[in-house]
Unconditional design. Structure first.
Ligand code: ZN
Length: 144
């Protein structure tokens, strides 16, 4: 058996009718979140009702993909067998520029360099043909 055959599959999402647009957008490497048609508040995680006004009129919009680290922890032991070899793993809550907070991982940097308030940007990890996960990395400095 090769290492590939013995690798444990990571836990993957099971999109619901409510969350499917989020996962379909992620596959296109777009970060989409909901926005209330009535009160204009951005909403994440995906749901049926606006948490601010109760409206069921929620549109899907493309988010900037930018935010700041609201809080984080560093997992130094794998919290799932599939995470073996990926530690230390930064588990964070990122506050999007649009307002909502997302639980995610911070990638592409030294975990010990992560700080609360650090500007970050979304990156997309195609973990399978069907599933793309949204992580964040330190925001690039300067212009394009
Ligand atoms: Zn609303």
């Amino acid at each position: 058996m090769t290492a590939e055959q013995t690798r444990v599959q990571p836990p993957l999402p099971h999109p619901s009718p409510i969350s499917a647009p989020y996962w379909e957008a992620a596959r296109r490497h777009e970060l989409r979140i909901q926005r209330c048609v009535i009160c204009r508040q951005h909403v994440f995680y995906p749901r049926l009702n606006c948490p601010a006004c109760g409206s069921q009129q929620l549109d899907w919009v493309i988010a900037s993909g930018r935010g700041t680290i609201y809080t984080y922890t560093i997992a130094r032991r794998p919290t799932h067998p599939s995470f073996a070899g990926r530690t230390p793993l930064v588990i964070a809550i990122v506050e999007l520029d649009e307002g909502p907070r997302m639980t995610t991982n911070i990638v592409g940097c030294d975990p010990d360099s992560v700080q609360i308030g650090m500007p970050v940007e979304a990156v997309f990890d195609d973990v399978s043909p069907e599933t793309t996960l949204v992580f964040f990395r330190p925001a690039s400095q300067g212009g394009p």
